[in-house]
Design a protein around this ligand. Sequence first.
Ligand code: DQA
Length: 142
Amino acid sequence: PLIMVLNGPNLNLLGTREPAIYGSDTLDDIAGRLEDEALALGVAVDMRQSNHEGHLIDWLHEARADAARAVILNAGAFTHTSIALYDAIKAVELPVIEVHLSNPHAREPFRRRSYIAPVAKGVIAGLGVEGYSLALRAAATL
Ligand code: DQA
């Protein structure tokens, strides 16, 4: 079973980006950790990052075409703005697990609205990189 892990804008800067909020692990660190865990869970992970909204939408379509079991999505700030991602998630009819390193509800008010949450299977936020691992474990059971 394939699990796609999609990361949105500015997450390529993890490790140096506001480490007090996002931690010191890089996206490569997270990918390495997920690869190890996927092996143990008997699933395959395909982890990607883009700063461009359209790429994330194309990859959601690709996840359906590839019959992915689930998608783990940290859409970054697009979480709070993107009706297009909301539509894409509805369109592909795959279970999407929304993940955030930080807890958006404990931050600026504009982070409280998520366009992903209403169409997500589940949401994990505020637990740092552990959130990705928890999401992977959940995805492997879907
Ligand atoms: C984030 C939270 C978003 O509000 C923010 O725009 C990000 C990262 C997180 O992982 O905590 O870019 O998705």
